[in-house]
Design a binder for this molecule. Structure first.
Ligand SMILES: [Zn+2]
Length: 329
């Protein structure tokens, strides 16, 4: 009934597709809004698992997901299916890296930011600019959040906005140091989803073209016109340094007090690893996707593709040595 979309727009939504990178706070809320709106094909990609501390702001998950230590992408897939059985949904448990970006992101009409770090956002920007696909930047930290729709060649891109020497306060504060308030997540996800519906229902002329930011604590709202940078590395110079992997370290920090270890092209037999670890007296928790065990003060989660998240340290050397000792080099 909404005039801006109407029946033709609703049909276009059904025929459209979007991929959501990161299914934490903003990603989960956006996924939910788009599934309910009837976007025909949704993919959610996330590298992490549901933990009790997520539930304060991550709208798709509940206590049973956290108890089962389900990966967010898998939990999201099953929740989204319950919301709308008439659309295609796939959840992918993976980190997006220069190596797999094309494989995971190709073939979608729109890319949506649900990530929690700028490394992945710049990778997403490079991919989208090179592929000529629209994407929507969204971020929240503390009580502040923002969203900006990027259409390569038509609007500024993330590199135009942030690679200007003065990157601004968003790069210094992260959710890990100041937390993030639930209501700002919903607000930013709504701004992002509304822009997504304009693009996917075939109404790009309805896009507002502005960077909207809001602080739900102070009540400060801003709407800014962002200019393209005529010297932009990405959208003018076609130099895609993040996509080419130059800026991607092998070990990346993720979440609170954690190190992520990528073991490339390695596949692990989680069942036999679980048996081996249990035999040494460790309490091992497993599900279809991962294996989790604690060596106080550390907690180690291992995925089937060999990737691991070591919680309790920010030192890659400590994480590497725990990995080598318990999972194998
Ligand atoms: Zn640019």
């Amino acid at each position: 009934m909404f005039a801006g979309i109407g029946e033709p727009g609703q049909r276009r939504l059904k025929a459209s597709s979007a991929v959501i990178l990161g299914c934490g706070a903003i990603g989960a809320s956006v996924a939910q809004l788009l599934a309910r709106a009837g976007v025909g094909r949704l993919r959610v990609i996330d590298r992490d698992l549901v933990e009790p501390s997520n539930l304060q702001r991550q709208a798709l998950f509940d206590e049973s997901d956290a108890r089962a230590a389900l990966p967010k992408a898998a939990a999201a897939e099953s929740k989204l299916r319950q919301l709308n059985s008439e659309i295609e949904i796939d959840g992918i448990v993976s980190d997006v890296t220069p190596r797999n970006a094309a494989e995971l992101l190709n073939g979608f009409d729109l890319l949506l930011d649900g990530t929690d770090n700028f490394e992945t956002r710049f990778l997403l920007n490079d991919f989208a600019v090179q592929a000529g696909r629209p994407w929507i930047y969204a971020a929240a930290v503390g009580s502040y959040g923002l969203s900006f729709t990027i259409r390569p060649g038509m609007t500024a891109c993330l590199a135009c906005l942030l690679e200007t020497g003065d990157a601004g306060p968003m790069l210094e504060e992260t959710c890990d140091t100041v937390g993030v308030l639930g209501p700002v997540v919903s607000l930013v996800a709504s701004l992002e989803a509304a822009e997504a519906l304009k693009i996917l229902s075939g109404q790009p002329e309805a896009l507002h073209g502005r960077l909207l930011s809001c602080d739900v604590w102070s009540g400060r709202l801003q709407s800014i016109v962002v200019s393209r940078n005529p010297q932009c590395r990405a959208c003018v110079g076609h130099e895609y340094s993040y996509l080419e992997g130059e800026s991607q370290p092998h070990i990346t920090m993720c979440g609170r007090d954690s190190v992520q270890i990528h073991e490339r092209r390695r596949s692990l037999d989680l069942a036999s690893l679980g048996k081996k670890l249990s035999a040494t007296g460790l309490a091992v928790k497993t599900n279809d996707f991962l294996l989790k065990f604690a060596i106080p003060p550390y907690e180690i989660t291992v995925f089937g593709d060999g990737r691991a998240i070591v919680k309790g340290s920010t030192d890659p050397l400590v994480a590497r040595s725990l990995y080598a000792r318990y999972i194998g080099a």
